[in-house]
Write a protein that binds this ligand. Structure first.
Ligand code: URA
Length: 284
């Protein structure tokens, strides 16, 4: 990748060094995780705790400590997931907008389905909407969204769904949860389980060349891993055959500036994979 003067200035303003492309072939590709365990548990009900005061502090968004693995899927949940897996884009959006599968529907203002172009080459997956996202109905529009947008801009990428840019510059952004947890508390395992069929289907329909999983909840949903982000970053993983790069959540980066340079390295790794046309890329 070559940098324009403007991009170099932007990187400097963010305190990031200019990147030169790594050799993609040298990147270790990590095997796909084994599929989710077979259904055994009782069907998760709408979580009453979604509407009561959260024990976690409101500023916890993007924390990178390991998490509990999600509970096993019930037969009900499997049936719902199978049905969602057949929906086209507009039916999927409608299903999400009408969703009342967990208690978050009681407190949300809007369902935050996602934003970007459905032919995007990049798919970026975050955690859950915050206050601004809940109000505006779009992911990453608050402070962490500004950092994300700056980093994307430095790579020549855009979340804009319209305009004439090529697909290679387009990004689709979605969250693991489509509704805001009250007071930005962490997603609960049952909420993640109910919501993940939406994300799975979004990925299936978009068929991105590259998934960027930001933060531990995205990692947990897509890689079924509770390893810390710091251990999983720096490699190319796979989700359903699609190369996946793990990085820190922007909200975490806002509180941990030294890791910004590492996040930038992750984005550069992701860019080298998304730009490549090797056998790791699923046919579009
Ligand atoms: N953090 C997220 O993970 N997603 C958003 O949409 C906003 C903040």
């Amino acid at each position: 990748m070559t940098w324009t003067e403007r991009q170099r200035e932007m990187l400097q303003a963010m305190g990031l060094r200019v990147w030169t492309a790594p050799v993609v072939e040298a990147v270790p590709v990590v095997a796909e995780p084994s599929p989710a365990p077979p259904p055994t548990a009782a069907s998760p009900k709408p979580s009453p705790s979604a509407t009561r005061p959260a024990p976690a502090p409101a500023t916890n968004r993007g924390a990178e400590a390991p998490t509990e693995p999600p509970p096993a899927r019930s037969a009900d949940l499997e049936g719902r997931a199978s049905r969602i897996a057949t929906l086209d884009w507009s039916a999927l959006r409608e299903e999400a907008v009408q969703c009342r599968a967990c208690g978050l529907c009681e407190s949300r203002k809007q369902v935050v389905f996602g934003t970007g172009h459905p032919n995007a080459r990049w798919m970026i997956v975050g955690e859950a909407p915050g206050e601004q996202e809940d109000l505006q109905g779009e992911p990453f529009v608050g402070a962490s969204g500004q950092l994300l947008d700056n980093m994307l801009r430095a790579l020549g990428l855009t979340r804009a769904a319209d305009g004439d840019g090529p697909d290679s510059q387009r990004v689709y952004i979605a969250n693991t949860l489509k509704c805001r947890p009250p007071r930005n508390r962490n997603p609960e395992p049952a909420e993640m389980l109910q919501c993940e069929p939406f994300l799975m289907r979004q990925i299936e329909l978009i068929r991105p060349r590259l998934i960027l999983a930001m933060g531990r909840f995205a990692v947990q949903a897509l890689l079924r891993s509770s390893e810390p982000v710091g251990k999983l970053r720096g490699k190319v993983h796979r989700y359903q055959g699609v190369p996946l790069v793990v990085t820190y959540h922007p909200a975490y980066l806002l509180r941990n500036l030294p890791d910004k340079a590492r996040a930038w390295d992750d984005l550069c790794l992701a860019a080298s994979v998304a730009e490549g046309d090797g056998p790791h890329v699923a046919p579009r």
